[in-house]
Design a protein around this ligand. Sequence first.
Ligand code: DOR
Ligand code: ZN
Length: 436
Amino acid sequence: MKKTLIKNGRLIDPSQGIDGAFDLLISGDKIAQVAPQGRTSAADAEIIDAKGMVVSPGFIDMHTHLREPGFEYKETIASGTAAAVSGGFTSVCCMANTDPVNDNASVTDYINRKAHDSGFCRVYPIGAVTKGLKGEELASIAELKTSGCVAISDDGNTLQDGNMMRLALSYAKGFDLPVITHSMDKSLSENGHMNESFMSTKLGIKGIPNAAEDIMIARDIMLAELTGAHVHVAHLSTRQGIRLVKEAKQRGIKVTCEVTPHHFTLTDASLSDYNTNFKMSPPLRSADDVRAIKEALSEKNIFDAIATDHAPHGIIDKEIEFDKAASGIIGLETALPLALALVRDGVLGLDEMIRLFTMGPAGVLGLSGGTLKEGAAADITIFDPDHAWVLDRRRIVSKSKNSPFIDMPLKGRAIKTIVSGKLVFDAMRGQTGVHS
Ligand code: DOR
Ligand code: ZN
């Protein structure tokens, strides 16, 4: 069996409370040993020298749009997972808003097959809550579970009907699936294209008030309490939303949440020149909301995951009038440096940042990854926290280039990404082989 020894790195694994000078031995596709530096002997092992690097459980992105089937001009499972591994992710969970929508087993099977044949990392499909994401009729939740979906979500859309949401939660509970919500009350957000603020008035763009998000978060917390189901709030962006989730957690309600790198990095002030690469849903919020997100990250145990909401769009979707442009930005290749900026600013400890990329999302979705425990699958991210680089549009791996961070100086990047013991990305060489 092939052996690889990763030595001289700083190994951080929040699932075992490890942060220190540890070596890691991989045997085949599993983690064989984690031991203090120099104590692991394997004469026949290939050596990876991780001096100056951090060795972490492989990152899991619980919110990715891979766009296949249906929107292959924006992204494919091959190109999206290539972007993922180059950003340090060993697993991505792909949202259901494809064409056809992933609301039945045939679409889930298709995604699984494509991921097996052309994916660079693990792909966990997320099924739809309602057929066609239309909010009218429940999808075949049992079928989605059986074919391998790890959660259900109408992400990109919000299920407006409270009774339908109650039903969905009851079913999902029976199948032990979390329901991931895109919290937005459409009667309040209708025709809005950015955060409602002084900025939206100044720019003449109709705004979306925080209340549109907060009201739906409140509703879904109440329904989680009523049904006993697990609600996961996607891309939480408001101060009041954070308060609601925090209180619900304190009351023992099964609610979890994620934050995106763009929502903790940028504010609606970035929209001053109508650049559609700053348009996403939920929109970039105020400086006070960003402050609240950072406070919550520092406090710990409010956010369960950092998730990218990687949402590739082509030029025809984005290089048009602001109110007609699609919402969303790519995020897989910039998540790590943006999170590391919070570490450098003292908002987060490095171990906490890694928790939010690994055991946090694994815990939300009940995945077995996110750990370097002996016997676990050898999914590993080796990153250089200090590597300075600039996001060059021409070097973006994702098929789409809709990033607000183009030309921005960044610090920190993945150097090697390993899935099931196999090197799938090497910063010196690019993608080095599909994971299958
Ligand atoms: O900005 C977004 N874009 N938010 C979503 O929730 C959906 C996504 C998309 O699919 O483009
Ligand atoms: Zn999304």
